[in-house]
Write a new protein. Structure first.
Length: 185
């Protein structure tokens, strides 16, 4: 009998490297879709879905101590790792555009728009980090909804609460993030 996702998570947490690899393989299709959604939401057109997924796997496999009591927590964590990788990628691209790569180019409108997207993405990442310190459950909800692309019904099912409860939490998270990322007047 093949091990369950929960069983693989438990074995991976106890340090079983083979279970970690099996978990990645078992969730590869879901993680690939998660990476595709992540890239569709922001700058990073030159960053490929498979590259993001494999970078996230390397990042997760090198960390010690994260605990995943259920698949939803694992997917939320994976979404957070991918979000961080995309923000880091956007930062590196902006650094290169500002002279880090010593290339002389002209500034096209499309590049300027990308710079704004990168700044906005970085601002969202910072706001989510603040939210995670203030209310970790709300930050995880944002990762599951916005970055993992799960519906409110799916999140409610994963958390064992009603869709209406998740809707209220989503509104609280959105209000917090809106206040944190809006441009000062």
């Amino acid at each position: 009998m093949a091990p369950t996702i929960s069983g693989l998570i438990a074995s991976a947490e106890s340090g079983d490297r083979a279970a970690s690899d099996a978990l990645f393989v078992a969730l590869y299709a879901e993680l690939h879709e998660l990476a595709r959604r992540q890239l569709a939401r922001g700058p990073g057109a030159t960053l490929g879905t498979t590259t993001l997924l494999h970078e996230a796997y390397l990042n997760i496999s090198q960390r010690e101590g994260p605990r995943f009591p259920d698949p939803a927590r694992f997917m939320g964590y994976a979404a957070k790792v991918m979000r961080g990788l995309i923000i880091d990628y956007a930062r590196r691209r902006q650094a290169l555009k500002r002279g880090g790569g010593f290339e002389i180019t002209t500034l096209a409108e499309e590049v300027a728009g990308t710079a704004e997207d990168a700044v906005r993405l970085e601002r969202i990442g910072g706001a989510l980090d603040e939210l995670a310190r203030a209310d970790p459950a709300l930050a995880e909800l944002v990762d599951l909804k916005f970055f993992a692309g799960l519906s409110l019904i799916e999140i409610g099912t994963l958390r064992g609460v009603s869709e209406r409860t998740v809707q209220r939490q989503w509104e609280r998270a959105r209000t917090y993030l809106y206040g944190a990322i809006r441009e000062p007047v």
